[in-house]
Every structure is written in C-alpha cells, then in structure tokens.
Design a protein around this ligand. Sequence first.
Ligand SMILES: [Zn+2]
Length: 234
Amino acid sequence: MKLPEVGEKGQKLLAEATVLAVGVGGLGCASLPWLVRAGVGRIVIMDPGVVDEPDLGRQLLYRVEDIGESKAMVSARVLSRMNPLVEVLPANVALDANSIGHFASTASVILDGTDRLEPRRIINAFSVATSIPWVYGGAVGWAGSVLASGANGPCWECVFGNEPAPPSCDEAGVIGPAVGWVGATQAAQVLRIILGEVIGGQLLTADLLRSNFRTLGVKRNPVCPICSTDAQKK
Ligand SMILES: [Zn+2]
C-alpha cells in the first residue's frame, strides 16, 4: 500500500492483526471489505442471523440466492474471495457475556456491527476490562456516528450512557449511503488503531441529508459506571 502511514511496517502490522466483527449486517457489510482488501490477517465474524429479503436493501455482501443462509457463513465466503491471504472465520453465534471472552480475547480490535444496545454494553465493558479497543458505529435515517474507544479517552458509556436509546433501523429506516459512511469510517478507525495510532476522545458524526460532517470532542465521565476509577475497583 503506497501510503506513508502504512509502508512495509504497517502492512506487517495489518497482516498480524485480528479483528472481531460482531454482527455482519449493514455496517459489517460496509466495513469488512475494506479490512479484507487492506490485508488484515484474520477476521472473525460473529452473527447468529440469516439473510432476509429486506436486508438486501443495505447489506451489500448478500444476494437474492443467499436468502435463508447464515450471514456469518455467506459473508465469510464472499470476503475470502476478495483476498485469499486473509483468514476469515465465521461463527454462527450470538455475542453475550459468556461468548465474548472466547471470541474477543485474542482480538486486536473489536468492530461493532450490531444494531442493539445490549451487545454494545457487553463489548464496552469487555473493552474497558481488557483494554482491547473497539469501534462503535450507528446509522439511522440519513445520519450516522462513529466512536473509537480504548485505553485512551472516554468509553462508550461515558458518551452514550445517559442518552435515550435511538430507534433501530427497522423502526425508523435508514438510507443506504448513511450505512456506507459509518462502515467506511469504522474501517478507517480500525486500520488506524492497528497501525498504532493513539485514538480516542472524538465522536465522528455525519448528517447526509444536510451534508453536515462533524468531529466532536468527548470526555471521560468521572462517575461513569463502567470506566471510572471507582467502577474499576468494584
Ligand atoms: Zn466510561
């Protein structure tokens, strides 16, 4: 890759990295191809779901003939064909408080491709406990947001803990390019983390209806129930 930030050393870092993708719906379909094509060594995909007809509107790895098939299996097959040097391991398994340790403990980065708060809270608590960074992404309507969180900067709970749960894509709808923006931005954050950049403290947002793109500074909540010193002692 002819980029000064990557080079031979960066390419080696990418080849040695493992990304755990939790969910391969719209966001996973929009982020994982970039990681595969960049040469991330190993990608583990967790998703217990099957391809459904409405998914085809925004989940770019699937086709009509995949309806009813396992998302983890189909996406792994499609991604493997993009770059045979990358090991793509599908797991037809839901993420929960028990399964995360088994799948995430060897990950370099965890990529959030879910559309629900519960798995995000599990990933966030795991990330705070282990210092394994993760990249949150959310898209609804014409808007999206991305937060990379690790040892530096606030955790997801610091930033979103007190916000009301946003409507899901199924409830409120989402325009395909908003999913694409979030997925590509998540992929860029994952690559930066693997290449050794210290990231954190920035919430990236896009409103594609108004062409409004912002980088918001976000801070650690001193009484965060997950990452504050008091919470860590418990
Ligand atoms: Zn926190």
